[in-house]
Design a protein around this ligand. Structure first.
Ligand code: UDX
Length: 448
């Protein structure tokens, strides 16, 4: 099957490489000349385990190509995937400029029936807008031609995207056309052998499914973080509570890990966009707004705990920070809690010595050279001359620590653990003060 994918970002590249790998012929179109040149030279601009070799393998086999020529792209595939970015506007709504630009391009260049597949995360109603944009471009050319628009949201996690693409729990397709159903079955057939994962539904339902899924997951996180904050006040341990509730299969263990807040490119943006859509639809979604508020507050927790540990005296302190990425196995720092913490520390006059196994260059790209930021080459270097250690990301490499050694290294015996990686008893046995998230003994309970 011939497939065209507009947008060689994270979603476009993963989709292109995976579909080529099961034998489809794929062309990826991007407007960024430099990016396309790099991709054609075998250089993959993002970090995702396994992606570079998958792209290389399929390029070599002649099944995957990159181009800036959109006319060639429109001409090529029956399926025209739109996988371009939908950044947040200032009011939180998703910015559809790039999506509608691609729709216009398709309308300007198509000479035969095409199926336009919305892959980007877009608000409910976007497929209709895409359809209108394609029709308007055709009309300008004085042409009339059949086409369909369907919604096919992605559920890829960074760091596990290839696995999610090939072994995901479901393939959602929003369409009302039999022709589209048939084509999408053919496209995803190789991933649909073990059991039928195709979920066909109305276009608007598919669009809403993506937002509802991410908002539900974000809700679970904000909920447990709220319970963690309560646990601190009440002298309970949220880790015990987490086990206590997760064992009920109706609740389950997944996505109820308390921490320093969710980040990344999806949850923050999608929760805001859904709140905005709800507002526009005349139904202010109170829960969704609260999920977002709880998360912003949670991202400030690590700084709050440092203030508590140092009685608010953070000026001229050096803080070792382990973990910059918003989660392990990625170099992505978008909306990462580490950023909220660093920015607050700098404001308070403290210095940061940070180590992350992958995100150092991303951090340098964001913040540049500054006197109050050292990007260390390893975790020990980040500790040199530091008054306290803060852990922001649960990289595997941070899970074992010689606490006796750490006690000797730190200028003040303070460990702030934003991911609840350790047992408080073990850390305290080494003489360190341990502040985690929602563990009863990390702060003095308010209620006796
Ligand atoms: C998410 C969704 O999982 C994915 O299905 C969707 O397509 C895109 O958004 P991703 O942003 O890659 O994927 O990250 P994910 O692994 O889901 O983690 C998101 C954030 O939640 C991270 O900051 C993580 O640390 C945090 N998190 C996750 C928690 O704080 N607690 C948890 O229990 C789980």
């Amino acid at each position: 099957m011939r497939i065209t994918i507009f947008g060689s970002g994270y979603v476009g590249l993963v989709t292109g490489a995976c579909l080529a790998d099961v034998g489809h012929d794929v062309i990826c179109v991007d407007v960024d000349v430099d990016k396309v040149a790099r991709l054609n030279a075998g250089e993959v601009p993002i970090y995702e385990p396994g992606l570079e070799s998958l792209i290389g393998k399929n390029q070599a086999a002649g099944r995957l190509r990159f181009t800036t020529d959109s006319a060639e792209g429109v001409d090529f595939g029956l399926l025209q995937f739109i996988a371009v970015g939908t950044p947040s506007d200032e009011d939180g709504s998703a910015d559809l400029t790039h999506v509608l630009k691609v729709a216009e391009t398709i309308g300007n260049n198509m000479n035969d029936y095409r199926i336009i597949v919305d892959k980007s995360t877009v608000p409910v109603g976007t497929a209709s807008k895409v359809g209108r944009a394609v029709a308007a471009s055709l009309e300008k050319r004085g042409r009339s031609m059949a086409f369909d628009v369907c919604s096919n949201p992605e559920f890829l996690k960074e760091g596990a995207a290839l696995e999610d693409f090939s072994r995901g729990s479901r393939i959602v397709v929003g369409t009302d056309s039999e022709r589209v159903k048939k084509a999408m079955m053919e496209c995803y057939g190789p991933y649909n052998r073990q059991r039928d994962k195709m979920l066909f539904m109305g276009i608007r339902s598919a669009e809403l499914t993506k937002y509802a899924a991410n908002a539900m997951l974000a809700t679970k996180i904000s909920f447990i973080n709220e319970v963690a904050n309560l646990a601190e006040r009440l002298g309970a341990d949220v880790e015990e509570v987490r086990h206590g509730i997760g064992s009920d299969p109706r609740i389950g263990y997944s996505f109820i890990y308390p921490g320093c807040g969710y980040g990344g490119s999806c949850f923050p943006k999608d929760v805001k966009a859904l709140a905005h859509t709800a507002e526009e639809a005349g139904h202010p979604a109170e829960m969704i707004k609260a999920v977002e508020r709880v998360n912003s507050r949670q991202k400030g927790k690590l700084f709050e705990k440092l203030c508590q540990a140092f009685d608010g005296q953070l000026a001229d302190k050096t803080i070792a920070l382990w973990g910059l990425a918003f989660k392990p196995n990625t170099d992505d720092m978008r909306e990462a809690p580490s950023r909220t913490l660093m920015e607050a520390l700098w404001k308070a006059g403290a210095r940061v010595q940070a180590f992350d196994p992958e995100a150092a260059s991303e951090c340098h790209r964001i913040y540049g050279e500054r006197d109050d930021l050292v990007l260390a080459d390893n975790r020990d270097e980040a500790l040199e001359g530091a008054h306290a250690l803060v852990i922001c990301t649960e990289w595997k490499a941070f899970r074992t620590i010689d606490f006796d050694q750490l006690y000797k290294t730190l200028l003040e015996p303070v460990v702030i653990d934003g991911r609840n990686l350790f047992s408080p008893e073990t850390v305290k046995a080494a003489g360190l003060s341990y502040y985690a998230i929602g563990r009863g003994d990390s702060v003095r309970p308010v209620l006796a």
